[in-house]
Ligand binder design. Structure first.
Ligand SMILES: *Cc1c(COP(=O)(O)O)cnc(C)c1O
Length: 378
């Protein structure tokens, strides 16, 4: 099956007990057993829930994996991946990544003996000299947030494999429609399904997808032992969102391409960050590993004072000033004071994340209206 067909059909059968075409919300905490241990595969809803189970089968298909594990948030999914490690192990992560990922690794897992280092992976060869005896996990996010750098997933996985190191790719910004890291050699794919997969900014959810069923079993064990499960209604909303994932992401990417080109020509705009530009340093890698170039665009203003950025951020009307991304509606954000405030300023500046950087999550509205909104604000 190709992507759109999988989005709508993979793992989804009419409900056997009623014929309901849409997967029901199984709002139950427990399941009747005929005699002790004799049941229909469901015992207690932390361990298994039928709505969640259908979603997991669907997500596994979208990422070409064999198993998926759904969590109450993207960061709960990350937490489970880190629990595959032990104290003293090291994670090498991309140096421009989601602020919450950095915060959890350093400020929570750092207290439990996790070593984490944030390094430049845009030239994958840099990675090889950084891998040490304690390195057990490589954490990739691409496109990165908010600088929209591109990491060559295949090249990173090749190096990791040589050293027996596991690779987890946070595929939130691309979505499974644009990029499938398991096909490129990754061991685990992570999504904050809160973003494109859910797509309507109405649910917080996370998932992991793997291509090795033994690794999947270890992650299911961690989830059941630690408990960060999503509720069935949230799983239903994610399933519903996925049915239009390909349509939404395609339109959002088309809109983003038009907006990136508009911004690049704007006299008051300085740098525009979008992997679709041929001048983007890793454009060729993006073209190789992504179906389209994504719907996130970041830019700096020529008058790059904090106050000028604040003026633009508070004057858009269609672009809502808010955290998050990946919904049908367009959002505008200020990474240095919002999503990335938990990263120290010196670290932010090192990767080009200035105080005036503005990030757009382009939605699926009419692009002429979105450009009109930016034109008035800038
Ligand atoms: C939002 C986000 C997360 C965290 O996901 P939650 O669902 O908010 O816990 C992780 N990675 C990226 C790239 C994100 O955008």
């Amino acid at each position: 099956m190709k992507f759109a067909t999988k989005a709508i059909h993979a793992g989804i059968e009419p409900d056997p007990s009623t014929g309901a075409v849409m997967t029901p919300i199984f709002q139950t905490s427990t399941y009747a057993q005929e005699e002790p241990g004799k049941h229909k595969g469901f015992e207690y809803a932390r361990t298994q829930n039928p709505t969640r189970h259908v979603l997991e089968k669907n997500l596994a298909a979208l990422e070409n994996g064999v198993d998926a594990i759904c969590f109450s948030s993207g960061l709960a999914a990350q937490d489970a991946v880190i629990k595959l490690l032990v104290a003293g192990d090291e994670v090498l992560a991309v140096n421009d990544l989601y602020g919450g990922t950095y915060r959890q690794m350093v400020r929570v897992w750092g207290n439990w003996g996790l070593k984490s280092r944030f390094i430049d992976m845009y030239n994958a060869d840099n990675l090889e000299k950084e891998i040490g005896p304690d390195t057990k996990l490589i954490w990739v996010e691409t496109p990165t947030n908010p600088m929209l750098n591109i990491v060559d997933i295949e090249a990173v996985c090749r190096i990791a494999k040589k050293h027996g190191v596991m690779v987890c790719v946070d595929n939130t910004f691309a979505s499974p429609y644009l990029q499938n890291p398991l096909d490129l050699g990754a061991d685990i794919v992570l999504h904050s399904a809160t973003k494109y997969i859910g797509g309507h900014s109405d649910v917080v959810h996370g998932c992991l997808i793997v291509k090795d069923s033994e690794l999947g079993q270890r992650l299911h064990f961690i989830q059941n032992a630690c408990g960060a499960v999503p509720g069935p209604q949230d799983c239903f909303l994610i399933l519903r969102g996925i049915k239009t994932l390909h349509l939404r992401v395609q339109r959002a990417c088309e809109n983003a391409a038009v907006i990136a080109q508009y911004l690049a020509k704007h006299p008051k705009v300085d740098k525009v960050y979008w992997p679709g530009f041929e001048s983007h340093p890793n454009h060729a890698v993006a073209a190789k590993q992504m179906r389209m170039f994504g719907a996130m665009v970041s830019f700096d203003l020529k008058d790059n004072t904090h106050s000028n950025a604040m003026r633009v951020l508070s004057s858009t009307e269609l672009f809502t000033l808010a955290e998050s991304l990946g919904g049908v509606e367009s959002l505008i954000g200020h990474p240095s004071s919002m999503t990335h405030a938990s990263i120290p300023r010196e670290e932010r500046l090192k990767v080009g994340l200035t105080d005036s950087l503005i990030r757009l999550s382009v939605g699926v509205e009419d692009v002429e209206d979105l450009i009109g909104d930016l034109e008035r604000a800038i």
